[in-house]
Design a protein around this ligand. Sequence first.
Ligand code: PYC
Length: 411
Amino acid sequence: MSIKLIRQAFSRRPPPRMWRSHPLKDQYEVVIIGGGAHGLACAYYLAEEHGITDVAVLDKSYIGSGGSGRNTAIVRSNYLTPEGVRFYDESVKLYEQLACKLDFNVMFSQRGHLTLAHSDASVRTMRRRAEVNKLQGVNSRLIWPDEIARLCPHLDLSDHPRYPIQAALFHPPGGIIRHDAVVWGYAREADRRGVQIHQETEVTGIKVEHGRVRGVQTKRGFVGAKQVLNATAGWGSTIATMAGIDLPMTTFPLQACVTEPLKPFLNTVVVSGSLHVYVSQSDRGELVTGASVDPFASYSMAGSLSFLEEISGHLLELFPCLSQIRVLRQWAGLCEMPPDFSPIMGLTPVEGFLIDTGWGTYGFKASPICGKTLAALIATGRTPDLIAPFRLSRFAENQLVGEKGAASVGH
Ligand code: PYC
């Protein structure tokens, strides 16, 4: 426990506010639409690394109310494409330093990540992923049932299940994090550096003149800006349309749920792409688990019984010992899915209007690196090499980044 925390506990003063309220100005240098981990990270790095503090982060609700508060908080970099592995690995490295950088405990637990293979084809894919990962310097390897049993003794490794487990991709740096803490930590440090956070400030239009962005229309009035970043996860294409840009994405709900707390028994994150299930145990003991995206496009964030039936069946196939466990609550978030399962980031045909979109089921884990690279692009006008493969123009150039290592997308 830090000295600061102990001093605060004994002081009579209420703890300082994490971020302040301000009147909305009619002009900023940069407006960021979306107060999730991506938007707030970008605001923080703009201020911290480039000295740009005349920044407003606008959210239509409270900060972290979108994808940042609706995910399962898995962090990993064991993707399939070299472009994806390099990008997510930088994010893992930033997450490793984040608690120190923000002076805020984000509870990053690198407990290891197992992706199970239940068929010969899947073993081949995991082997390929392991090789791509190693070539990029990422710690990831194929392991067999004896080692899986040591890491995760409660998994059913017998030949009884419909799809017996044959092997797994083991990624020791992968783990889970406290997603709200990431949002709050970035918000507090951005605020301290002069960034303004405006909650309940919905953007309803984007003003573009002669091919250049001029600002955003909000429910609280017009706000001018030299540069506008669209960091709105599930609503990325809706916002882009306001600037006259059509993004090649479809929105699907992704559901997840949490069980009652159990004594600690699951020390790794466990994922099965074939069964469409991923599960980890939170520090409170709850199992946090989810399935693949819903099989239809929708903006609904309602939970469904069919999800609960499906996830229970799949989870019990892996862990029959959980048959008496009760589900406490479930939720859904919106995933905008590009055709190649890779994000769409960077410049657009509208000068000054940038995008941080296409985050499908893989957005939260990219927050730090996405914020950092987009801040660099906003500040310098130059696209960092790390995000160049994810440019919007890749679709017209036929340079897709087919990311089959994305989870929950039912390839
Ligand atoms: O990318 O690890 C992942 C993930 C798990 C659930 C949704 N995405």
